[in-house]
Design a protein around this ligand. Structure first.
Ligand code: GLV
Ligand code: MN
Ligand code: MN
Length: 424
């Protein structure tokens, strides 16, 4: 520990104990009921009617506490508690309220609700900060309904183009532009805010979505980095034909071609150290009839690694391999660019770790395997993250679980870090 860190850690605790564990838990239950599934999970995909309801709920809570609301042209929503210095840029913390189709109650929701709890705890206890504090709710983090994800934060920073993002469509052909309207209408009092308003620092609380904290018996992970990611969409054209009569030599079977491509890509991505992450998460086979040779296959690739060189080298090989292996079927490969690995600035990592130390919560430093809006926001502000465990590391699953006390511990560390930054 550095001298400065030990001095700060020795300082009396600031605000963490003001976090109300029961209130934070209840809010997860209430928000989780919107889009709640029979298996205890949540299906609240980006810009759906469920998201409209969720926005109304959170805006209602904000109003009761006298916080103001703003939204920007891509539908990011901000809840603001004023500081004593009206000209200071805010400390922002948040995450997302969209989920996977079979998602859980905590991925994203925890970051939003923990940040909201910090604002509420300070408000109810009359604790002032110099800088304003804001909850940021970033549009379409998951990238399941509209691909790719993290576009709300991406457009906010200027890394993604506003018009191209508004033109993205879901599988039913509905555009972000159209789906956004009811979401914006959900908060008619919201001030319209331009993109990219200055942020002093950004923090995000999140469940770990992996097994390490639980295995170590720790409540707090101090996140040091986010691994990089590339996404691809592959389309293979075959020729529909009769399954009973068409000899092998006459077939152009798009699914057989897809199997060859995926097998070769699995080999390309093979990593004895198990650091590479390679997932084909969606496959659509047309026309999808048992007795028709498939005429078209569409599938997605999610490829992640902490090292930019590996992302570049192996990612750049995807198109060549797909073309080679799919022959004679033609292939189109659409890449969505690279989210490079992000290393968080030491000052913010130290502030998060100090928060845990002041609260006497043992923690470990760790990288994030999952992507987060914090990665995008790092282009315009210093960022940091705090992780809490989730049961068996399971996430993107209706069985995702976290405990009330772990969530509260994470919110307490967040409160410490937000207030330290807001008074700097
Ligand atoms: C976000 O959910 C991700 O895919 O990492
Ligand atoms: Mn998330
Ligand atoms: Mn997620």
């Amino acid at each position: 520990m550095t001298d400065t860190a030990s001095q700060s850690a020795a300082r009396p605790n600031l605000v963490g104990p003001l976090i109300d564990e029961a209130r934070l838990w209840d809010r997860h239950e209430t928000l989780g009921a919107i889009g709640g599934t029979a298996k205890g999970g949540v299906n609240r995909q980006a810009l759906t009617g469920e998201e409209v309801e969720a926005r109304k709920l959170i805006a209602g809570w904000a109003k009761e506490l006298g916080f103001s609301i703003a939204s920007d042209p891509i539908g990011n929503m901000f809840i603001r508690r004023e500081g004593t210095d009206p000209d200071a840029a805010p400390v922002v913390s948040g995450s997302h309220i969209d989920t996977q189709p079979t998602g859980g109650k905590y991925d994203g929701a925890f970051g939003v609700l923990a940040a909201f709890e910090v604002l509420e705890a300070l408000e109810r206890n009359g604790v002032k900060t110099r800088r304003p504090l804001e909850v940021g709710i970033w549009m379409n983090e998951e990238g399941s309904r509209f691909q790719p994800g993290c576009v709300g934060s991406g457009v906010f920073t200027g890394r993604k183009n506003l018009d191209e993002t508004l033109a993205m469509t879901d599988r039913a052909g509905i555009s972000v532009r159209d789906a956004l309207q009811p979401c914006l209408a959900a908060t008619p009092d919201a001030e319209a805010r331009p993109l990219g308003t200055p942020i002093h620092a950004y923090l995000e609380a999140h469940i770990e979505q992996g097994p390490r904290l639980e295995a170590e018996g720790l409540q707090i992970g101090v996140v040091t980095s986010i691994q990089g990611m590339r996404r691809f969409e592959i389309d293979i054209e075959g020729e529909e034909a009769h399954a009973g009569t068409t000899p092998r030599a006459n077939r152009k079977d798009a699914l057989s071609a897809a199997v060859r491509v995926i097998t070769a890509l699995e080999e390309l991505m093979h990593d004895p150290d198990d650091v590479v992450r390679f997932t084909v998460g969606r496959m659509e086979v047309s026309p999808g009839s048992p007795n028709v040779v498939p005429g078209h296959v569409h599938f997605t690739i999610d490829f992640r690694h902490p090292d930019m060189d590996v992302l570049k080298e192996r990612g750049d090989a995807v198109e060549r391999i797909a073309k080679e292996k799919a022959a004679p079927c033609p292939v189109t490969v659409k890449g969505f660019g690279t989210n490079p690995p992000v290393h968080f600035p030491k000052e913010i990592v130290d502030i998060v770790r100090r928060g845990a130390e002041r609260l006497e919560l043992p923690s470990m430093d760790m990288p994030s395997g999952a992507g987060h809006d914090a990665g995008l926001i790092s282009a315009v502000a210093p960022v940091g993250m705090v992780f809490v465990p989730c049961e068996r590391g399971i996430s993107h699953n209706e069985l995702e679980r976290a405990s009330a006390s772990d969530l509260a511990a994470g919110a307490r560390v967040l409160a410490e870090a937000m207030v330290e930054l807001a008074n700097s």
